[in-house]
Design a protein around this ligand. Structure first.
Ligand code: ADP
Ligand code: GN1
Ligand code: MG
Length: 371
């Protein structure tokens, strides 16, 4: 294949698209899949999104796509009363291949899926306003509610123990054994390893006692990073995206991961640690939006579990970035050699800020839970 453009066009030809594709662009800032935007020649014809599924992370694309199809189909029934146009804005639409399959496997063994591009939307890496944060809370809360009546056993558990702190600690330990030299001897790595160890007992206890044993298992998103939500031009929520991780889990995971990306005034991988401070009004707005939608179905122990998720998810993210760094970056896309270390350091700064403001966050959560 001459270049990436030609490759994408040749892959796109396997799908049931309308119109002639005239433009291909790399798209989005996700860490996992490769995403391309495809525009068609004629005004009025739809645009599409073509994604190469990360095969290191998802070795069973059929199971992945079966899950996605099930979830999208379920959500479509929830929005059906709004009409087809709104259904296609509120949930992802999978474009099948010309053989009516949910994905296409190319000669290199890569799997590709196509989605309808939802027009006039954007995703946000760095949340700027309480209105955006509120929209996010409402959208992810509604998402959990809409999936409450989907039978969990119909979903394949593609990533077992995804948010299990013991699993993340085991992975880090294995990485240290398998890669004993090189990156593991760097002082920055040692410093983070110590910081993780100091917190380990508390995090494991909170995971078990404050989340797992007291909360019902529900279907959750599992990757509620803010840029997995599409907003319209007026910052109204349109569609929850990136459904690869939808699996059974606990609401505190979704809450904690969303807060991790919203409350941070800096970027997830900000090398300037002084940028990483807490934007507490955004925390308030997200919590408000979330509880407006989810407050009606959450149990009291689940309400109490949310705060623990706020600490556990950044902690696990540090373990994950650090593990990937030590293993020479097989998992997350990186832009430079120390990128995963910088991400881990930035998330650690965030964790220390969260720790310093714990009483305030707890107070805000209690206030919203009581209202
Ligand atoms: P990754 O797993 O790599 O994060 P995503 O599925 O989140 O991949 O997609 C990457 C980016 O592409 C998103 O952050 C969003 O900006 C954009 N995107 C994804 N799906 C759509 C869609 N259906 N319509 C418009 N933009 C989308
Ligand atoms: C990945 O796909 P993306 O970029 O939305 C990762 C999440 C992490 C996140 C950290 C399947 O999310 O779990 O929290 O990066 N997704 C997977 O930014 O591992
Ligand atoms: Mg994403």
């Amino acid at each position: 294949m001459e270049n990436e453009n030609d490759l994408i066009l040749s892959i796109a030809a396997h799908f049931q698209t309308e119109g002639v594709i005239s433009q291909v662009k790399r798209f989005g800032s996700g860490h996992i899949n490769d995403t391309f935007r495809l525009d068609t020649e004629k005004v009025g014809d739809p645009s599409y999104l073509l994604q190469r599924i990360n095969r290191f992370i998802f070795p069973e694309p059929q199971h992945l796509m079966d899950n996605m199809d099930l979830v999208c189909g379920h959500l479509q029934t929830k929005f059906a009363h709004l009409g087809k146009e709104q259904v296609q804005r509120r949930t992802l639409t999978i474009i099948p291949t010309k053989h009516s399959k949910l994905y296409h496997e190319d000669a290199q063994g890569d799997s590709w899926r196509m989605l309808l591009l939802i027009e006039n939307t954007h995703s946000v890496d760095l949340v700027r306003s309480p209105a955006q944060a509120y929209a996010g809370g409402a959208a992810f809360g509604a998402f959990q509610r809409q999936l409450a009546d989907l039978e969990a056993k119909k979903l394949h558990v593609l990533l077992p123990r995804f948010h299990d702190v013991d699993y993340r600690l085991e992975n880090l330990r294995n990485a240290l054994i398998t890669h004993p030299m090189g990156r593991t001897v760097e002082p920055e790595v040692q410093k983070l390893l110590q910081a993780m160890e100091i917190r380990e007992t508390d995090m494991r206890r909170d995971f078990i006692e404050r989340i797992v044993t007291v909360s019902p298992l529900r279907i959750i998103h599992n990757d509620t990073k803010f840029n997995n939500l599409l907003l319209d031009q007026d910052d109204r929520p349109q569609c929850v995206i990136d459904l690869d991780t939808v699996m059974p889990g606990y609401v505190a995971f979704d809450f904690g991961d969303a807060i991790r990306t919203i409350i941070n005034s800096g970027q997830e991988d900000d090398p300037a640690l002084e940028n990483i401070t807490l934007n507490i009004p955004l925390f308030e707005a997200y919590t408000n939006g979330y509880l407006q939608e989810a407050g009606s179905f959450l149990t009291e122990p689940e309400m109490d579990s949310l705060l623990y998720g706020v600490y556990l998810l950044p902690y696990m993210q540090i373990l994950r970035f650090l593990t990937d760094y030590i293993e020479y970056d097989p998992y997350y896309k990186t832009e430079y050699p120390s990128h995963n270390l910088v991400r881990a350091q930035a998330q650690f700064k965030l964790l220390t800020e969260l720790e310093a403001h714990r009483t305030r966050l707890q107070y805000i959560l209690h206030q919203f839970a009581a209202s």
